[in-house]
Design a protein around this ligand. Structure first.
Ligand code: NAG
Ligand code: NAG
Ligand code: NAG
Ligand code: NAG
Ligand code: NAG
Ligand code: NAG
Length: 383
């Protein structure tokens, strides 16, 4: 029974996406069909769940009791996937029961996975929407299914609250919920600065080893409800521009090459954590982008991530010149950029005289660099 589950989830994801685009509001046999609702129910086998008819939560401006008093009836149908035959549901009234605008499962079985269509109608009016339910098993040796996790991000040394999600249907208005928390499915001696309040776990000052999978567990009737959240921790968002590591801004870097040979200029830079923004790093020759140079011989590699820790990255990009010509020699600059600014540093690609070193690096004081004119500089490296 284990193998089909991941496929089912994948299938649902692709189907529902394309359906939303193609037939957002189809109409068959006089019924307005809103396709599959965006809220997907995902539970572990053996857990209870309440599937609410989404029509009353965003599609129409009425609630179940108003609809009922207006003479509309609510029907539920089940299919194993979009386009599949829909059968009316036989409620047994105990494990699976229809209660007002919802279906309650107490508890779910694996075969409950599928699409649940709720239809409200009278003789002249009909509306329909389908709701997806996936019932999964624990991953081997774990207390959760990793395809049914919630995800949260926290920044180092800031505070972070993790809540036990989607448990409203299991709470009693009169009583504080009793929630147990696990990390990596094990009970833990939590440090004093981690506090529990109602349905949340609060980390007052996030540390690197707070990274991990948090499972909350709530008892409901004779059943348990579990929700798992994977917490990732990043460095604080950077407030600085990226830092060039090679070439460096304060140095004049010269790289030698042989005419007819190939040259590889590799730029390396450190990007602090900048959220989901990908690093911007590229080469230019003077005012020209690499795309504007001889595209048959001069090209830029993909950006490589050399190191990554808590979202902070060290990346590189290479500029390759195949069979170097006289006109390729000169000043190339590597630019790095994020929301806080742009930096650049240059490499002088220079013709190698026979028998000389491959690359010479000269450190000059920035002020000095402005005083020394390029001809002087040429002289000093070719001697
Ligand atoms: C349904 O809506 C009516 C009118 O907005 C409201 O008075 C009533 O309390 C609602 N019923 C439920 C069960 O929410
Ligand atoms: C059916 O329901 C719609 C929407 O509530 C209403 O406008 C219409 O009058 C109803 N038709 C009948 C025949 O009751
Ligand atoms: C999932 O794991 C938990 C904890 O190990 C266990 O109590 C529970 O019975 C398991 N559930 C299923 C459906 O295997
Ligand atoms: C969290 O769970 C995932 C699998 O779902 C696992 O790959 C990862 O290592 C876990 N995190 C930690 C810190 O154990
Ligand atoms: C260029 O140099 C870098 C750094 O040494 C290396 O990782 C990369 O593979 C080289 N690229 C080519 C095309 O030789
Ligand atoms: C190389 O070009 C960059 C960018 O145009 C410029 O800032 C730098 O001064 C130039 N270096 C030399 C040695 O010409």
């Amino acid at each position: 029974m284990k193998a089909p589950i991941p496929h089912l989830i994948l299938l649902y994801a692709t189907f529902t996406q394309s359906l939303k685009v193609v037939t957002k509001r189809g109409s068959a046999d006089g019924c307005t069909d809103w396709s599959v609702d965006i809220k997907k129910y995902q539970v572990l086998v053996g857990e209870p769940v309440r599937i609410k008819c989404a029509l009353f939560y965003g599609y129409i401006r009425t609630n179940y009791s108003l609809a009922q008093s207006a003479g509309l009836s609510l029907m539920w149908y089940k299919s194993s996937g979009p386009g599949d035959f829909e059968e009316p549901i036989a409620f047994d009234g105990s494990r699976m029961s229809k209660e007002e605008d919802s279906i309650w499962f107490r508890p779910t079985l694996l075969q409950d996975s599928g699409l649940y269509a709720c239809v409200i109608r009278n003789s002249t009016y009909c509306m329909k929407v389908s709701i997806s339910l996936t019932v999964g098993e624990n991953d081997t040796g774990l207390c959760y299914n990793s395809k049914m996790k919630y995800f949260e991000k926290a920044e180092l040394s800031k505070s972070k609250e993790i809540s036990c999600r989607d448990i409203e249907d299991f709470l009693l208005p009169t009583r504080e919920p009793e929630i147990l928390w696990y990390k990596e499915c094990r009970t833990k001696a939590w440090r004093p600065s981690i506090v529990f309040k109602r349905d949340t776990l609060l980390i007052k000052e996030v540390k690197e080893d707070d990274i991990g999978n948090y499972t909350c567990e709530l008892k409901y009737g004779g059943f348990v409800v579990r929700r798992t959240t994977e917490l990732t921790v990043t460095a604080p968002l950077t407030d600085k521009p990226p830092k060039l590591l090679y070439p460096m801004e304060s140095k004049l870097t010269v790289q030698e090459t042989q005419l007819g040979g190939s040259a590889n200029l590799t730029c390396r830079a450190f990007f602090g954590y900048s959220g989901d923004v990908s690093p911007l790093i590229y080469w230019m020759k003077g005012e020209k982008f690499i795309e504007d140079l001889d595209e048959n011989r001069v090209w830029e590699s993909d950006i490589r991530i050399l190191k990554e820790h808590l979202g902070e990255q060290e990346v590189s990009i290479s500029l390759i010149v195949d069979s170097v010509e006289e006109g390729d020699l000169g000043n190339y600059s590597c630019y790095v950029e994020n929301g806080n600014g742009r930096r650049h540093a240059s490499v002088l690609l220079h013709k190698r005289a026979a028998g000389k070193l491959r690359s010479i690096e000269l450190t000059l004081h920035t002020q000095l660099r402005e005083i020394i004119r390029p001809p002087v500089f040429y002289l000093c490296i070719t001697m």
